[in-house]
Unconditional design. Structure first.
Length: 155
């Protein structure tokens, strides 16, 4: 791996960790994303990231649990290969409705508790309206993505 690719891997991992991914899981995901064939073994990940096998094991377990990576094994091989699930980003966006709904409902409760005639209640109403907007727009964006990628085998 070139120095430039290694720097990119670490920068991308920082972005992912800043939005909530555990640091090692972010590094493993970034490594898988930039691997030439899109898949690596646990040993290859440990070597590439210069970490121990237990760090890789915990990271891939986390990534598999949240649906970002899949585990594969070649016929006759004993080693697992890990690959970024090609539909992971798509599925994450598609499943965001439940998260948005919960925020919207929570903010509605806040408006009710605080009153729309208070500054705090108005902020909560803006929060509620924002998540209602996202619940409406994200499915349309996913539909546009589907149309854009029709026939490409993506998503």
């Amino acid at each position: 791996m070139t120095d430039e690719a290694r720097r990119f891997l670490e920068r991308f991992a920082v972005i992912m960790s800043e939005v909530g991914y555990p640091r090692m899981a972010a590094r493993v995901l970034a490594a898988l994303l930039i691997a030439d064939d899109g898949r690596l073994t646990a040993a290859e990940l440990a070597d590439l990231l210069q970490v121990g096998p237990s760090a890789v094991s915990g990271a891939v377990k986390y990534l598999a649990r949240v649906g970002m990576v899949t585990r594969e094994r070649e016929l006759g091989e004993r080693r697992d290969h890990y690959r970024v699930d090609p539909t992971a980003w798509y599925r994450a966006a598609a499943s965001s409705d439940e998260v948005f709904r919960r925020f919207e409902e929570g903010a509605s409760d806040g408006v009710e508790a605080l009153g729309l005639d208070t500054p705090a209640g108005q902020r909560m109403d803006e929060t509620r309206r924002f998540f209602a907007f996202l619940r409406h727009e994200v499915p349309q964006l996913i539909h546009k993505w589907d149309e854009l990628n029709a026939g490409t085998g993506s998503s």
